[in-house]
Design a protein around this ligand. Sequence first.
Ligand SMILES: [Zn+2]
Length: 393
Amino acid sequence: MVKTHRVKLFKIFLLFIISSTLLFSGVNILKKVEITKGELRLEFKDFLPKKQIKHFALKNPPREVFDFKNTRLSKKNIAKNIKNVKIAQYKSNIVRVVVSSHKPYSCTPYKPILSLKTYHIPLPKGRNALPAKRYKKPKAKAKAKEKTKKVKKIAVSSSRSHKQELIVIDAGHGGHDTGAMVGGKKEKDLVLMIAKRLEKQLKKRGHPVYMTRKRDRFLKLPQRTKIADKKNAVVFISIHANSVPKRKRNKIQGVETFFLQNTRDARSQRIAARENKSVLKGTSKLSRSVILDSVLSGPKIVQSNKLAIDVHRRMMTNLRSRYSGVKDGGVRHAPFWVLVGASRPSILVEVGYISHPKERKRLFMPRYQELIAKGIAEGVDIYLDNRKKEIDF
Ligand SMILES: [Zn+2]
């Protein structure tokens, strides 16, 4: 009895500690923003610890980004229309300040010694500063027109922003490595057909594309992802088709999109093991374990997951709009070695099961292939749009 009483007391004590820290760790507020002596000066309500500031630069166009954690924008209208500067409540507890310029410049922000609550950010100077945008208030009658114009403008700018972003398409297998083989059909041929259609779809949308293989040839694992890194691709997409042993042939079908991560799911493990077989040939045990480490700590897992979701969704929607009974195998993760070396968002699409009689037939139809390719391309664009929004707001 005494013991339980003590435990109770301890629990109350804990609750007290937790609630009091919650009460006292108040959210900081960005109160005021002004430009003085070529600097953007931010004034906060409370002391601003350095830990709460994250500063990084982005390219194309050059931007200096500052995230102030645990901070909110003041409800008063602080100057938001400053030349070259965007300020917004990026997340519920993060204020983001973005400074744009013509060319990258050395931006060394600082906290003035005498004030603990302010933060100064040097702005780009002279010609490096972008021209101020003029905003004309639309007349009431013209407002509706303005709205449609705006929508168009957004569409144009988003496709433009993707133009320089290279996408690497990797048609799985090739050469002596046929991949799955059923009913006289080979995975390596099917995936090359779809990869070529995807290439066209992406180019149509303005993306430069690089194909790891354009014909029937074998490529070692490191060659595939190294290309993506060397070319500084924005995403890496590997195309494969699935297969199961004879006794399951009529049962298992569907589209699956994978991103790289280790898994305990037995089915995902089996699929990965089958795809890994050829690429692992000749890889030493030591380099395998080095690779495995990078799988488990892969920094691109979150982005790859997002990419996989967007691509998968569009593929399913497109296929189901024309074909009935297409099975949704979902977005999954598995340790695919082909994705390991890629230091960018990477996915592996299993377009379907060539072991399933009905699905195999469809997979070799040009119209079906086109829907897959279009779905992947649309998904990539959606992903890139969302990612851009994350950075730009
Ligand atoms: Zn494969």
